[in-house]
Design a protein around this ligand. Structure first.
Ligand code: C2O
Ligand code: CU
Ligand code: CU
Length: 496
């Protein structure tokens, strides 16, 4: 495969076009007499999900109301499933903000059990993080809680409950949250499209299969028997004309399934991940993508040359009647080629180069986290450094200190490790330089693997870290790190 030549010739094209584009469209604010325009720009369209309605007329505030209730969804024609939904749909509505906006979100719980909303990937105040601990409570049936925060960076995030997640997320409670880049940093694309990808386990009649508390469902997490894209088990094609370029945002909201995607007839450039878009030098052409539970991908998608059809496929392990396993490519997003349409404007895709600093090049490991399991008189449970949630000691670190952490998976099942409230960089997997670029909040540990990550713990507060296989988390694989604010270390009156 001639990835290198393809990448470099297209990058060159983008640089040239970018320069021309830059001259024509953005006079530098220092040279202009016009008052500087709002860098946030207007909301740009995002396709694929219903968009929540902003209830606040204030230009700098987006205010949303989410009502959680049990509703009936038609996942397949004629098949009705009782699900738990935000505002009547699963996924819930797309929550949008522009970088710098305040988000205020009123959440009303009409279920018969407590819930919370966790904003996965947002580095906000830990009291808004949706985790129940230290006096922070769940939203009881009939109650409303208002979350308020200013997302500190642009990117693709998601929201889901952090109470009995294995049941509540499987029942349909999840949605995407997009923080839009400033106008100047936004990719120049024909469409910005979102794909929330899940699997769900349905009984023959369409109801959600009961949660099992033993066996494979606990050991490997619960796998579904239907794949859902934006809440539908039916595939919906996308149409591409020649020269068309789109931004695709993907999130894996399954309980346990790691997705591997392949791109057939598409030219795909990976341009970002959990922590937003990457500088040009870090982007790369890919023909396959592994997306662990909880993680996000940002892709720039073009049609490959001379193809008549294309698709994004999920590689799925299937078992035949005789018990033989094989991997099949299931088209999740078929792409229909529109050979007629001539595009009026040729877009250049992702052209900005947001700053990115590598914080560690493999300094000595400072901390170690072992993920494992025990089976003793107390029963089976998963462990973090030998302890099981909620009987865990809180790890304490100082804000802004560099930590190089080795994550050791001591058992066979894989673990998508997730850290709340912070981003980290992935340095290595089993001693080899890591494939995962940029800032991440989730990284996959294959069975028995050793992954090294680095973070500065920039966001103070009490933060959870856990395996995002929801069954592993429920059976103990969760723990807490307290990030002690910098000023507390210099102040003599600590703890007021
Ligand atoms: Cu999606 Cu505790 O996380
Ligand atoms: Cu999270
Ligand atoms: Cu796990």
């Amino acid at each position: 495969m001639n990835l290198t030549t393809r990448t470099s010739s297209r990058l060159l094209l983008i640089v040239l076009l970018g320069a021309v584009h830059g001259c024509a469209n953005d006079p530098s604010p220092t040279q202009s007499n016009e008052p500087a325009s709002d860098p946030r720009g207007d909301f740009r369209d995002v396709i694929g999900l219903p968009v929540a309605l902003d209830l606040d007329p204030d230009e700098r505030v987006v205010e949303y109301a989410l009502e959680i209730s049990s509703t009936t969804q038609e996942l397949l024609p004629g098949i009705f499933t009782e699900m738990w939904t935000y505002n009547g749909t699963s996924p819930g509505p797309l929550l949008r903000a522009r970088l710098g906006d305040t988000m205020r979100i009123h959440v009303t719980n009409l279920l018969e059990e407590p819930t919370t909303v966790h904003w996965h990937g947002l580095r906000i105040d830990h009291r808004m993080d949706g985790v129940v601990h230290d006096g922070l409570l769940a939203i009881q049936p009939g109650e409303t809680f208002t979350y308020e925060f200013v997302p500190p960076e642009a990117g693709t995030f998601w929201y889901h409950p952090h109470v009995r997640s294995l049941v509540q997320v499987e029942a349909g409670l999840y949605g995407m949250l997009v923080v839009q880049e400033h106008e100047a940093d936004a990719p120049d694309v024909d469409a910005d499209r979102v794909f929330v990808i899940d699997d769900i386990r349905l009984n023959a009649g369409g109801s959600i299969a009961a949660t099992s508390t033993a066996g494979m469902d606990v050991m490997h997490g619960r796998l579904g028997n239907r794949l859902l894209v934006n809440g539908s088990a039916e595939v919906t094609p996308v149409t591409f004309a020649r020269g068309q370029v789109e931004r695709w945002r993907l999130v894996n909201t399954a309980n346990a399934r790691t997705f591997t995607f392949q791109f057939d007839g598409l030219r795909v450039r990976e341009i970002g991940a959990d922590g937003g878009l990457w500088p040009q030098r870090m982007t790369r052409e890919i023909d396959e993508l592994t997306l662990p539970v909880g993680a996000r991908a940002e892709l720039e998608v073009w049609l490959a040359e001379d193809v008549t059809s294309a698709s994004l496929d999920a590689m799925v392990l299937v078992q035949d009647a005789a018990g033989n396993l094989s991997t099949e490519a299931w088209p999740l997003v078929p792409v229909e080629v529109d050979a007629e349409t001539e595009l009026e404007t040729l877009r250049i895709g992702h052209h900005a180069s947001p700053a990115f600093e590598r914080i560690s090049d493999g300094e000595a490991v400072t901390d170690s986290i072992a993920l494992s399991a025990v089976n003793d008189a107390l029963g089976f449970r998963f462990t973090v450094n030998g302890q099981s949630w909620p009987s865990v000691d809180t790890w304490s670190v100082r804000q802004n200190d560099l930590h190089v952490i080795e994550l050791k998976n001591e058992i066979g099942p894989e673990h998508p490790f997730h850290l709340h409230g912070q981003f980290f960089q992935v340095l290595s997997l089993n001693g080899q330089p890591a494939w995962e670029s940029g800032w991440r909040d989730t990284v996959l540990l294959p069975g028995m693997a050793r992954v090294v990550i680095a973070t500065r713990f920039e966001n103070p507060g009490m933060w959870m870290y856990h395996c995002h296989i929801l069954e592993h988390a429920e059976y103990g694989m969760m723990a807490m790190v307290e990030v002690v604010p910098d000023e507390a270390n210099t102040s003599t009156a600590h703890g007021q």
